[in-house]
Design a protein around this ligand. Structure first.
Ligand code: C2E
Ligand code: CA
Ligand code: CA
Ligand code: CA
Length: 279
């Protein structure tokens, strides 16, 4: 126990020690995860709110370690960011997803857009555009099918770099979305400055509609503001019919959540797309 002069006391609890040990363990195992084929991508459908058809998908990373079992991205992504392992990991996500998109394209089941998550660190590093150009050089036809999700916090951390990178990506035909909108501390004036095409409304708001009038007002305002700025809106975490109906009623453009489909293996997503394309 450390006494901090005044009346503030800092404890190192056994829980904190355990958490540090766990982070260290994850870092060690994460170093080998790619070469040991422990990583894979699942894809969650994103549907058109008006028609209910699957138009896009979000790629989500999964890690299955032989002794740790399934570790959630909510736990290992922050560890990867802290350790710098996010750089090779993101590269793996980009090349794996693009490879998958090529196969889907060949089978005629490529969604309009496939969105990948880019961590703030990776986004602000500067060579993301170059790397994507390189990966897409053999398959330029995929460019208009690729989308990137960047969190609000990342974009706001270095607005200048963010504006530049987002501009470069859009020049390549790659669409960008602000992820987890509303969950951060950023002000609306930032969003206006960011050249993005989509706004993803955080699940934290969606979870409370339509029973919480305040959440309803916030979601309605976010959709209205996005449309006013010429942006498309996506609501994430849609689990119920009531949530869906509310989001449709306020004009949200795209919907994503367990109600429409969980993150799934690529073949299952292809089946969904194929079924809906049949006349
Ligand atoms: P996110 O980008 O906000 O992704 C949405 C999360 O919500 C996913 O969790 C998804 O499985 C979950 N979700 C979708 N619909 C529902 C629903 O109806 N109800 C509930 N309760 N949850 C729903 P997941 O896959 O565990 O990913 C967590 C976070 O990890 C992601 O949040 C993202 O920030 C990060 N992440 C995942 N994959 C990657 C990746 O490839 N790269 C990076 N940098 N981050 C990733
Ligand atoms: Ca996301
Ligand atoms: Ca999100
Ligand atoms: Ca989130």
């Amino acid at each position: 126990v450390q006494h901090d002069g005044g009346n503030a006391v800092c404890f190192y609890t056994p829980e904190m020690a355990a958490a540090a040990t766990r982070r260290m363990l994850l870092t060690v195992h994460l170093t080998h995860a790619i070469e040991r084929n422990e990583m894979y991508l699942v894809y969650q459908p994103i549907v058109d709110a008006k028609t209910g058809r699957v138009v896009s998908a979000e790629a989500l990373l999964r890690w299955n370690h032989e002794s740790l079992g399934a570790v959630s991205p909510g736990e290992f992504i922050p560890v990867a960011e802290e350790s710098g392992l996010i750089v090779p990991l993101t590269d793996w996500v980009l090349s794996t997803a693009i490879g998958q998109m090529m196969r889907w394209n060949a089978e005629g089941v490529l969604p309009e857009r496939v969105f990948l998550n880019i961590s703030g660190q990776q986004f602000l590093r500067g060579n993301l555009t170059l790397r994507l150009e390189e990966l897409l050089s053999g398959c330029p036809e995929l460019r208009p099918h690729l989308g990137l999700e960047i969190t609000e916090q990342a974009a706001v951390r270095d607005l200048k770099v963010a504006v530049k990178t987002l501009g470069e990506l859009s020049a390549l035909g790659i669409q960008t979305a602000i992820d987890d909108f509303g969950s951060g501390y950023s002000s609306l004036s930032y969003v206006q400055q960011l050249p993005v095409a989509k706004l993803k409304i955080d699940r934290a708001f969606v979870i409370d509609v339509p029973d919480n009038p305040k959440s309803n007002a916030l979601v309605r305002a976010a959709v209205g503001m996005a449309h006013g700025l010429g942006l498309t809106t996506v609501a994430e975490g849609v689990e119920t019919v009531e949530q869906r109906d509310f989001l449709v009623s306020v004009g949200c453009d795209l919907l994503q959540g367990y109600h429409f489909g969980r993150p799934m293996m690529p073949d299952l997503l292809a089946d969904m797309v194929r079924e809906q394309r049949q006349p």
